[in-house]
Design a protein around this ligand. Sequence first.
Ligand code: AMP
Ligand code: TRP
Length: 324
Amino acid sequence: MQKKIFSAMQPTGIIHLGNYFGAMNNWLSLQKEYAGIFSIVDLHALTIPQKPEELRTNIRNLAKLYLAAGLDPQKNIIFRQSQVHEHAELAWILTCITPISELERMTQYKDKAKQHKENINAGLFTYPCLMAADILLYDTNIVPVGEDQKQHVELARTIANKFNNLYGETFVVPEAMINKETARLRGLDNPEKKMSKSAPSEYNFISLMNKPDLIRKKIQKAVTDSGTEIKFSPERPAISNLLMIYHLVSGNSIKEIEGEFENKGYGDFKKELAERIIEFLTPLQERFEAIDDNELDQVLENGKQRAETLAKKKLKEVKDKIGL
Ligand code: AMP
Ligand code: TRP
C-alpha cells in the first residue's frame, strides 16, 4: 500500500510565499509518491474571530489555490475539515487524554496568546488536539509542514502513543517532514522573524495573489543588511532571505545568482527579483481565475465523501475501543 501524507492550511485569507515554499510546494512533489489527503482546516480558523462572508470566500479561495498550485483532485483527497464531523468528535476524545502541561508548552499558543490578549479562547489552547485528530483519523504516515508546525506534529505522536498504550494499537504514529531549505522564509520588513500573514504590515510578505505593481513596491521596500554585496551568509539574514526567494521562484542556484549580481548593487538585484516573482506567480494566478465554481463544488463534494469513508471507519474503531 502507498504511504499516506496528510497536510492542511487554515483559510485565513492570505497565503504567502512562506506558506507556498514551506508547505504547499512539498505537497506537490510528494503527491507523486504518496497517497495525499489535503484539508482546508476551517474549524481551526475559528480560533480567531471571523466574519461569516469573508470566511466563506476564504475557504473557497484556498481550495482553488490548492488546485491552481497543482494538487491533483483525482489522485488526492481534497476536502473541508468542517464537512467531516469525525474531526471534531475525535478531537474531543483526544482532548480528554492530552495533559494540559503539554498544551502549555506549545510555542504557537504562547505567541498567539501574547498577540491576541483580548481573545485567548479555549480553542486556541486545544487547537493541537484538533490537529492531532486531523492527522490520526487517516492513518497518516507523514505530515509535510513548515518548521513552525513541528511541535504540533510531535504532540500528535505523543497523543497517538498514549492512546495506543491505553487501548491497544489503534493509531499510526505520524512523522513530520520538513524541507530544511525552505522551512522558514523570513519577513521582508523584518528578517529576524518568519514571514507571517498576521504580521502588522503587509510589507512583511508577498501573497500569492499580489499583482505585479504591489510586488515591485514590496520588494523595493524590503529591508537589507549593512554592506552592499549580493552574497548569501548567515550574518546577513535580509539579503540571504531575498536570495533564497530568488532561488525558489527562478530555480537558479544561489551560486548562479550571486555570480549574476557580482558587480551589481541592491537596486539591480531587487528589480530582477521582483520580475522573477511576477513570472512565477502570474501563471498560478491565471489558473486560479480559470477554475469555475461548479468544478470546485464537485472537487470538494468528492473529497468530502472519500475522507468521510476513511474517517468513519477509524472513529468507529476508536469508539469501540474506549467503550462508547
Ligand atoms: P499558517 O500560516 O500557519 O496557516 O501555515 C501554513 C503552512 O505554511 C504551515 O505548514 C506552516 O508551517 C507553513 N509556513 C508558515 N509560515 C511560513 C514561513 N514563513 N516559512 C515557511 N513555511 C511557513
Ligand atoms: N496548524 C496548521 C497550521 O497552522 C494547520 C493544520 C491543521 C495542519 N491541521 C493539520 C497541518 C494537520 C498539518 C496536518 O499551519
